[in-house]
Design a protein around this ligand. Structure first.
Ligand code: HEM
Length: 160
């Protein structure tokens, strides 16, 4: 099924353009990497604050309000550039186990981040998780997941 989806994508105008315009793939990869850097900066700051490694002089709410949008906007750019990258070589990504793992991990980290965002919002002003081991666990898990996603992204090129 994924095979026929890949075949179909490569016949589309977008797929053909990305595959045949020489500078498009490196340009898309560059934007993908810039967005990833921005996302990682914000995600790391929030994770480290949850783990109480940095910024204890400011609340978790402050960190969430300041940096969450700097996760969601770059993620939107990553989704768009990622999909365009796939369109250029659909079989290479869609049929690749590491790519599939990367998408699974991404889903997981998005669910965790939405959960943190919700807890912060509903507990506004009285963020109780902030001092608990649960918050630290959330921070550590999200950090590990983002790093694993980066490693998986890089590995796609090396694993069949
Ligand atoms: C739905 C979202 C995403 C899609 C569809 C996607 C798709 C892709 C694709 C198709 C590639 C090219 C792989 C190759 O041919 O070698 C790639 C590379 C990569 N992606 Fe993503 N990606 C997404 C999100 C992310 C996120 C959230 C991160 C990290 C936070 C990330 C990190 C990377 C890295 C590090 C590379 C390797 C870049 C390089 O070596 O040039 N991606 N991605």
């Amino acid at each position: 099924m994924l095979g026929s989806l890949a075949d179909w994508i490569s016949t589309t105008a977008v797929g053909q353009t990305v595959a045949n315009v020489l500078w498009l793939i490196p340009a898309l990869q560059s934007v993908h990497i810039l967005a990833m850097g921005t996302l990682l900066m914000s995600a790391t700051l929030i994770s480290l604050r949850l783990m109480e490694v940095v910024g204890k002089d400011r609340s978790v709410e402050w960190y969430a309000e300041r940096f969450l949008s700097w996760i969601w906007w770059p993620l939107a750019v990553l989704v768009v550039t990622g999909l365009l990258l796939i369109s250029g070589e659909p079989a290479r990504a869609l049929l690749n186990l590491v790519f599939q793992l990367k998408m699974g991990l991404l889903l997981l980290v998005v669910i965790l981040t939405v959960t943190v965002a919700r807890v912060v919002k509903t507990n506004a002003g009285q963020w109780t998780l902030a001092t608990s081991s649960q918050a630290k666990l959330f921070g550590l898990l999200t950090l590990i997941l983002w790093v694993a996603i980066v490693v998986a992204g890089r590995l796609i090129a090396y694993v069949e």
